[in-house]
Design a protein around this ligand. Structure first.
Ligand code: FES
Length: 263
């Protein structure tokens, strides 16, 4: 084996790694977390049921915007014009872009390179593969799509925010329930994740020679930079809130329990 720690110029140490701590815990937890989330999301996206609570206008983000001709009319806030098929998500205009946005996210790249691809599993642990070409070739060069999907993801969060606002007006008029709170938590988490994106940081403050001549962009960049330091946390929190709000909407829509109404 050549390359990396096996280069002739590196110290000749036979041990795989000199790390004695349980460095494999973080990658293992990442695999469990991502597989569990993806399994849940896949089941829900193709269930094509229990995605809307008509009485309170709760729409799960997994079905937003609901553009399939199979969507119920009340849930289709932007019209129904995409094909209805068991293998086509009702939100086919948003989910593929969100998938690419998350797949190409700088944090998730680090997470799945380490946990699924072991490239490398942790610092000071050899790469699990013989060759390393980074992201310079197909298919990984497509990771550069991230900066473009950032704009689309921002539009989709605006749509999620619109869904949240619409949920204050049920069939009986204005009202607030626990579902509104859950939707709000999810919208905040989605904004935190999207605005803390590295591409967003570049959009707000990149390619500037003088911050002093661009005080507004400097303020935005400072704000985004602070969020950016917690991007990993927002990545996981927003996955959690997405599953939470979807489960809540499914449970209320299916009649497993009633929405707790405040007024
Ligand atoms: Fe993670 Fe852009 S870097 S969303």
């Amino acid at each position: 084996m050549t390359g990396g720690v096996h280069e002739p110029s590196r110290a000749d140490i036979s041990a795989k790694t000199l790390r004695k701590d349980r460095y494999w815990v973080a990658p293992a937890v990442t695999v469990i977390g991502l597989v569990a989330w993806l399994t849940y999301a896949t089941v829900r996206v193709f269930m094509q049921d229990y995605y809307y609570v008509d009485e309170f206008h709760y729409l799960t983000p997994f079905y937003s915007p609901c553009t399939s001709t199979g969507c119920i009319e009340e849930a289709a806030h932007f019209g129904r014009f995409t094909p209805n098929h068991a293998l086509i998500p009702f939100a086919m205009l948003s989910l593929p872009f969100l998938l690419v946005f998350r797949l190409t996210c700088y944090y998730y790249r680090k997470a799945y390179y380490r946990s699924f691809w072991m490239s490398p599993p942790a610092c000071a642990v050899p790469d699990g593969h013989k060759r390393y070409t980074g992201e310079t070739r197909f298919p990984l060069i497509l990771q550069n799509l991230h900066r473009y999907t950032f704009y689309i993801a921002t539009v989709i969060v605006l749509i999620n925010t619109w869904d949240f606002i619409l949920a204050f007006g049920g069939t009986e008029g204005f009202g607030v329930g626990l579902g509104n709170v859950v939707l709000l938590i999810n919208v905040i988490a989605l904004w935190a994740y999207t605005l803390s994106c590295h591409s967003c940081r570049h959009v707000t403050g990149g390619r500037l020679k003088h911050f002093s001549r661009n005080p507004i962009r400097y303020r935005w960049w400072t704000f985004v930079s602070k969020l950016n330091t917690r991007h990993m946390q927002y990545a996981w929190i927003s996955l959690g809130t997405l599953a939470l709000v979807d489960f809540y909407v499914m449970a209320v829509a299916a009649g497993w329990f009633d929405d707790l109404r405040f007024f």
